[in-house]
Design a binder for this molecule. Structure first.
Ligand code: ZN
Length: 650
């Protein structure tokens, strides 16, 4: 793609040339560095896709390119174009700016705060309410002017606005007019291709009536986007909707062996969730799939020296302020599932989505409530109010954070769902407990990641400062970091952090301040550890490239090379290091390398079992596991670099 793009194309945020990522909902192209910031904001702010390494629906890519070429970026930077703001010194990021804090601050202001979007002067009457904007959107989508529609959406127009006089939604209008890009844009903003107009016809029906069969097919695809994405994540295949196949349920080759009691219990409870809670969980899992897939693309497209810098890490789903804290916590816990556990959850969700949909059309007595599963992520009911006060699935049971506000303008559908919630036969807390138990083994790793990610900015700061001045007063950062991080910063402050490429992340290193740990003088030299880490990451890079290109034959030799490099790294360290952190990192390093090898060996022999899809899902799952292991190895190696750097500089 970069070859197809004109040379003049630059990152929308910092103007670096040859941007490789796109933000689908913002209609802009961004560079790797800015993309890492976009990712940290979460999908509700920016939905990023790699231009060449992510599979794109062609019409969606077309939509993004049209927006970008027509200057959609000026929507998000409107007031920066104003001479007055130039005078005031406000400016966008430069290519030379540091990611943190400069580019990150700018990107947050631009997309999270919408600080530079043009706001129309509002009177107290209804003229610039969401309703008014939505009516403008309703009439604009029949034209080809995409930027106008994006601008209206950015100002608060509702993609699912049901026009009271016309009796339909903007997507009906776009479908009827054959405006393919408008339909793509509307659905990115949550428009529902299955919403009926007053005569009971959906946008899909309108597209067919207008002879727009490709558009109609695409809208069907969008309707099943959630479950299709989950299936594709596991087995690289999507259902053939044109021939009436709407679900693919991959099978884990070893599921019968591995299904623990906990997993069985989780499955049972999943089935008893109300439709609304089930839908929320499915959306959360969709976001987690997106996070994992984008991580994998990220790892495969970075060179080995940036592979382990802190910008690569989006360790769990960023907070979505529109969700309750409990739901956000539940979303973040999904990151603790290892690849196999996560695959099991995804398969359970797919099976249950199918069961619920079949129930809808065939036997269920609760037809009214069963309509929710298959809509694209973020879609809302047909209503002019925004459905942003969804109850979270945990608060039903715990009731501890009064997030549910019956007076907050809930839609009729949401109200009916509330009554649905109270019917839920199994408490969601129980379900959550099962999930937690399932995740317990990964908790430690997760904690490390969390500390790491919070700390990265701090370390950058400190690195800058320590090179300038030899000592920094204690408590310099006390107001921004938590206890664990503070102990880390103590160690970091003392360190002369020599290689910026490896900086920015530490493990939970509280024990380094322990005098006993500090007397552990037998740590290897920083240079040696860095050299070995470079070897390891180079080998990992090779493996990830093989994974990206589906060269499964290369897995075993790659994993063996990694294993050798890891053993050499481990041999640098004393057999029984006194520091818990060193021990923990070494254990993660070596156990991940072993796991990696055994995962890679799985692709060598063909599974003896049955016909059909068993090979596909297995291969895809193994690849996921392989990437996860490689990621853990890189993480552990980086921890060891940071630890030895600190210790040797004491
Ligand atoms: Zn950039």
């Amino acid at each position: 793609m970069s070859k197809r793009l004109r040379n003049s194309e630059v990152c929308a945020d910092c103007s670096v040339s040859d941007p490789r990522w796109a933000s689908v909902n913002r209609g802009v192209l961004v560079c790797d560095e800015c993309c890492s910031v976009h990712r940290s904001l979460g999908r509700h702010s920016s939905q990023v896709r790699h231009l060449t390494h992510t599979p794109w629906p062609p019409t969606q890519l077309q939509m993004v390119q049209t927006l970008y070429n027509n200057g959609a970026n000026s929507i998000w930077e409107h007031t920066l174009l104003d001479p007055a703001s130039v005078m005031s010194g406000k400016r966008k990021a430069n290519p030379q700016d540091k990611v943190h804090p400069n580019k990150a601050d700018f990107i947050r202001a631009k997309y999270q705060m919408l600080a530079f979007v043009h706001r129309m002067p509002c009177r107290d009457d209804d003229s610039c309410t969401a309703k008014d904007l939505s009516k403008q959107l309703h009439s604009s989508v029949r034209t080809g002017n995409l930027e106008t529609c994006l601008r209206l959406l950015s100002l608060g127009a509702q993609a699912n606005f049901f026009h009271p006089e016309k009796g339909n939604t903007p997507l009906h209008v776009a479908a009827k007019a054959g405006q393919v890009s408008q339909a793509e844009l509307l659905t990115v903003y949550g428009a529902d291709p299955g919403a009926p107009d007053t005569s009971g016809y959906t946008p899909i029906d309108y597209a067919r009536q207008a002879g727009q069969h490709d558009l109609a097919d695409r809208l069907v695809e969008i309707q099943y986007e959630l479950t299709d994405r989950l299936a594709f994540y596991l087995c690289g295949r999507k259902p053939d909707h044109k021939n009436g196949e709407h679900f693919v349920i991959p099978q884990l080759a070893d599921s019968s062996v591995d299904l623990s009691e906990l997993a069985k219990a989780a499955k049972k409870k999943l089935q008893s969730l109300s439709n609304h809670l089930f839908e929320e969980l499915a959306m959360d899992v969709y976001d987690e799939v997106d996070r994992r897939e984008t991580d994998a693309v990220w790892l495969a497209t970075q060179n080995h020296s940036t592979l382990v810098t802190e910008t690569t890490v989006v360790p769990f789903l960023p907070v979505n302020p529109e969700y309750s804290s409990t739901r956000n916590q539940g979303r973040q816990k999904l990151a603790r599932f290892n690849a196999h556990e996560f695959a099991t959850l995804v398969i359970d969700i797919l099976s249950d989505a199918k069961r619920r949909q079949l129930g809808n059309s065939v036997t269920s007595p609760r037809v009214d409530n069963v309509e929710l599963i298959l809509k694209s992520v973020g879609s809302c009911p047909v209503d002019d109010r925004q459905d942003n006060d969804q109850p979270d699935y945990d608060s039903v049971a715990s009731d501890e954070d009064g997030d549910l506000d019956p007076a907050s303008g809930k839609t009729d559908r949401a109200k009916s769902l509330d009554s649905d919630l109270s019917d839920s036969p199994v408490s969601v807390q129980e379900f959550q407990e099962v999930k937690n138990a399932l995740a317990a083994s990964e908790a430690k790793i997760q904690q490390l990641l969390k500390v790491n990610s919070n700390l990265s900015d701090e370390l950058r700061h400190m690195q800058k400062k320590t090179t300038k001045q030899s000592s920094i007063p204690d408590g310099d950062y006390d107001n921004t970091v938590n206890d664990a991080e503070l102990e880390d910063s103590g160690a970091a402050r003392r360190g002369r952090l020599r290689s910026s490429g490896w900086l920015g992340e530490t493990g939970s290193m509280a024990d380094l301040d322990d005098p006993e740990a500090e007397s552990d003088g037998s740590l290897p030299s920083t240079e040696d550890v860095i050299r070995k880490t470079e070897q390891i990451t180079k080998n990992i890079q090779e493996l990830l490239r093989a994974a990206q290109e589906n060269k499964h034959d290369s897995f075993v030799p790659c994993s063996e090379r990694i294993h050798v490099a890891v053993s050499e790294m481990a041999a640098l360290f004393p057999k029984k290091p006194r520091s818990d952190t060193v021990r923990g990192a070494l254990r993660l390093l070596t156990s991940s390398a072993q796991r990696l090898q055994s995962e890679c060996r799985k692709v060598a022999p063909l599974p003896e079992s049955g016909p059909g899809q068993t090979l596909g899902p297995d291969m895809q799952l193994v690849t996921q596991q392989v990437i996860q292991c490689a990621y853990d190895i890189a993480k552990a190696a980086k921890q060891l670099v940071t630890i030895t750097t600190k210790e040797n500089n004491n």
